[in-house]
Design a protein around this ligand. Structure first.
Ligand SMILES: Cc1cc2nc3c(=O)[nH]c(=O)nc-3n(C[C@H](O)[C@H](O)[C@H](O)COP(=O)(O)OP(=O)(O)OC[C@H]3O[C@@H](n4cnc5c(N)ncnc54)[C@H](O)[C@@H]3O)c2cc1C
Length: 645
């Protein structure tokens, strides 16, 4: 397997422009002769499909929800970054690039990250033109707020519903193309395999989730915009249906899977509150603009709090430990997510948790309400406060919120080159599904930016280069024998699952898997734990194939069968995540290896040996995967120890 990043030569700021000029163009009259299959219609997929159709390509989209509008992207609350410098507070394309590459602990690709910062400004213009109702200042200018890991205000937002509003914009653009007949849109379809002909991606095998029938679709290129794999942990902030199966099937067909152990654990989520929970809820990072994070300074005070002898509001100022403000005075509560999560775990492990039978710290708005008034806080975060109250039955205007880190976003994903193509020709990955521009840690408000950059501004340029080379006459139909073979593979897999006929539910296995990965490949990891987890996951997989019970048949709607596919794939992925975390004998970003820390408990990178992307190759069922390295070159930034002090 060869990993050619295809990063163009030349000065950083000119690479993308030069590359766009060097890429071959498809003649406008010929675009309709090419057919692109877009799997997933979240922000990445909807923006890509709408843009490609607008250019004149024939596009077919698939998603497993009942409408593109219901993709997981609608959950995004806090905002989207762009280097507009509307605040005149010192922002620039270079600063956004710098913050992002530094925020990712120098484990991202320099050229991609710079391009992301460059096109960020176009995304805002595009979305405003579509009517996305970003928050505005009194005078009419678009408003900004701050997010973690940055000292400028560059986050555009629509109250706490930024993802939903951006998706409505992209969905509107997509609908226009559906109406014009350039896009065929299939809802309630799940892609179960990517079809390769002569080594190129030429189609997909799809399950109609209502009838249970398998369907075949052929095209000239396939775009996987299928989101992240955070649900491998069972509990996460992701939509319940988010899964890795499309990317994993592509991986098994030859697409390398990069940096699977880079998983973002978000510091501000509602804590786990019982064994029967199936989902965790994010409280947006934007809340850290005004909320102060603290725990009781002493273990004794924490104990009194947990046993109900004192209430949070009774604890005096000197008895409160604002640990982020004290440890990181220059960024305070706005340190990046990996740093905030790790510190929450450290204080809770040290006995300062604010809840009995679990872990939580406070996020307190008392001072902000005193300073700005309740109405101002309600204006900024009203819907988030309401959501918190509905879930916890506590009023965050009068008592501090209780929060704890939870799995949230995956920086790992399908390896892609600068053109967003995977190691399989004609197969692209966009948005959270690719291994992304965020390195080992993603800064807040930059996933929406990346998904929309990929869809609106990168793929429309890069795909033409591949299609012109493919030519207009090299067509494949669904009668091709490759489709028979792939469809048979899918049927066999279904049969394998249905015929186990064991005693345990799919969820039972998923919960055990999730806990294993959370315990040993979560906020912190170590060699012993990772080796243990690998052996346990192997055993769990063997048990799954002996004892899982999948009721029903292939026909019609069968949610358990759907889940079983996904969990079977999560089990394989989980093992590779542990291999990946084990080989990376350093700490970087979200990947904190206990053995590699500074005396102050900060991540200790090893640039000499680990400044690479780890891309895994599938080698067969029950075989150990093979790792390939893409060395990361840093020609424009100096690799420094990340400090937010
Ligand atoms: C609660 C929450 C809040 C967030 N807030 C922010 C924020 O404020 N700012 C920010 O930048 N980021 C935020 N994020 C992250 C961001 O929302 C996501 O990273 C981003 O929306 C992912 O977009 P996507 O298009 O890549 O994937 P998704 O939106 O996950 O879309 C995936 C699509 O793929 C389809 N799909 C998947 N598998 C298959 C299959 N096998 N067959 C057919 N279709 C398939 C789905 O139907 C869906 O249409 C947040 C995330 C969460 C969970």
């Amino acid at each position: 397997m060869k990993l050619e990043s295809k990063v163009p030569a030349g000065p950083l700021a000119e690479k993308w422009d030069k590359h766009k000029f060097d890429l071959k163009l498809v003649n406008p009259a010929n675009k309709r002769k090419y057919h692109v299959l877009v799997v997933g219609t979240g922000l990445a997929g909807a923006s890509a499909a709408a843009s490609l159709a607008e250019l004149g390509y024939q596009v077919t989209t698939f998603n497993f929800q009942d409408s593109p509008r219901r993709a997981h992207s609608i959950a995004a609350q806090g905002g989207i970054n762009a280097a507009k410098n509307y605040q005149n507070d010192g922002d620039s394309v270079y600063r956004l690039f710098y913050d992002t590459i530094k925020g990712g602990d120098y484990r991202g690709r320099e050229a991609n990250t710079y391009r992301l910062a460059q096109v960020s400004v176009n995304i805002i213009d595009q979305s405003v033109a579509q009517g996305v109702p970003f928050a505005r200042e009194y005078g009419g200018y678009l408003a900004n707020r701050s997010f973690g890991g940055a000292q400028v205000s560059r986050t555009f937002y629509a109250r706490g519903q930024t993802g939903q509003q951006l998706l409505l914009g992209a969905y509107g653009a997509l609908n226009r193309q559906i109406g014009l007949g350039n896009v065929k849109s299939y809802n309630r379809r799940e892609i179960l395999d990517v079809v390769l002909v002569d080594g190129k991606a030429r189609g997909v095998i799809v399950k109609n989730l209502i009838t249970g029938e398998l369907e075949r679709y052929a095209g000239d290129a396939v775009l996987l915009c299928t989101g992240g794999y955070g649900n491998v942990y069972f509990l996460s902030t992701n939509a319940m249906n988010s899964n890795v199966s499309a990317a994993w099937r592509a991986h098994k067909r030859g697409a390398a899977f990069a940096n699977p152990c880079y998983v973002q654990i978000h510091p501000t989520c509602i804590p786990v509150h019982g064994d029967y929970q199936s989902k965790l809820t994010l409280m947006s990072e934007s809340l850290r603009n005004d909320g102060r994070v603290w725990v009781p300074r002493t273990k004794e005070m924490a104990e009194k709090l947990r046993s109900g002898q004192v209430k949070a509001n009774d604890i005096s100022e000197e008895d409160r430990y604002y640990y982020l403000e004290e440890r990181y005075p220059s960024f305070g509560n706005l340190v990046p997510r990996d740093v905030a999560s790790r510190n929450a775990k450290i204080v809770c492990d040290a006995g300062h948790s604010v809840i009995p039978d679990g872990n939580a710290v406070y996020l307190d708005f008392r001072d902000a309400i005193k300073r700005l008034g309740r109405d101002a806080i309600a204006g900024r975060y009203g819907n988030l406060f309401e959501m918190y109250e509905r879930i916890t039955d506590e009023d965050p205007y009068s008592v501090p919120m209780k929060i704890f880190p939870a799995v949230h976003y995956t920086m790992g994903g399908l390896w892609v080159d600068y053109n967003l193509m995977t190691t399989v020709p004609g197969l692209y990955a966009l948005g959270e599904a690719n291994f992304s521009d965020h390195g080992a840690n993603r800064l807040g408000a930059s996933a929406l930016m990346q998904g929309l950059a990929d869809g609106y501004f990168v793929i429309p340029f890069t795909i033409g280069d591949y299609l012109t080379e493919l030519g207009m006459t090299d067509k494949v139909s669904t009668d091709h024998e490759a489709f028979d073979k792939h469809e048979n593979d899918v049927k066999e897999f279904n049969q394998r699952l249905l015929s186990v006929n064991g005693t345990r539910t799919v969820d039972d296995f998923h919960k055990i898997l999730g806990k294993l990965i959370w315990d040993y490949c979560g906020i912190n990891r170590d060699e012993k734990g990772l080796k243990f987890a690998i052996e346990e996951i192997k055993k769990l997989r063997a048990e799954f194939w002996k004892d899982v019970r999948v009721p029903g048949t292939e026909k019609g709607l069968n949610l358990e069968l759907q889940k079983a596919w996904r969990v079977a794939d999560f089990m394989e992925l989980g093992e590779v995540m542990c291999y990946d975390a084990l080989q990376r004998a350093e700490s970087c970003g979200c990947h904190l290896r206990e053995e590699y820390q500074t005396e102050e408990g900060e991540a200790q990178r090893n640039d000499k040996d680990f400044a690479y992307v780890a891309a895994w190759e599938y080698t067969g069922r029950d075989e150990t995967p093979v790792m390939h390295k893409e060395d990361l070159e840093f020609n424009f930034v100096e690799l420094k120890t990340r400090s937010y002090k």
